[in-house]
Design a protein. Structure first.
Length: 161
């Protein structure tokens, strides 16, 4: 694979791969880092890879890296930074402990949730997309989006209560 070929692949697939990773891990920074690592691995092994099935290969590498990253460290959602900027009083040590426990349970619940439900749920909550916008992106009906998000909310309710 030559540099121009790699650049073309990078330009075409970087954003979709990063978005795929983001919906798997729910952390933009981690998604960007892993996406960069995916393309670094492709570049390092460019002589071994077949460019005919590059899309499938990129998503396979991305999936493996997400799983590997999850095993190395728990997914961290950075709610504390958001709270500092809102003018809310600093949390007591007890409240901070409860917050960290809830954050860990939420993160764990997101990782246990089915991929289809998590994807629709994160689009709705994090990107604030409307159901019809999600259905357009995913190529499914609005009813299917409603069903996925309802399922995600029910799943979270059972895990968080």
């Amino acid at each position: 694979m030559t540099k121009p070929e790699f650049k073309e692949i990078f330009d075409q697939y970087f954003d979709p791969v990063r978005t795929y990773i983001y919906y798997r891990c729910a952390d933009e920074d981690v998604a960007s880092d892993i996406a960069q690592d995916v393309f670094m691995r492709v570049w390092e092994k460019r002589d071994v890879f077949d460019t005919k099935n590059i899309k499938a290969l990129l998503y396979k590498i991305a999936n493996d890296m997400v799983i590997s990253d999850y095993r190395k460290s728990a997914i961290r959602l950075d709610y504390a930074k958001d709270m500092v900027g809102t003018g809310i009083e600093p949390l007591s040590p007890q409240e901070m402990l409860q917050f960290e426990e809830l954050k860990a349970v939420y993160s764990s619940a997101l990782s246990e949730m089915g991929e289809l439900q998590r994807e629709a749920f994160l689009m709705s909550r994090n990107e604030e997309l409307k159901y019809h916008e999600i259905s357009d992106r995913l190529g499914i009906s609005v009813k299917a989006v409603e069903k996925r998000i309802t399922g995600a909310l029910q799943f979270l309710k059972t895990k968080l209560l």
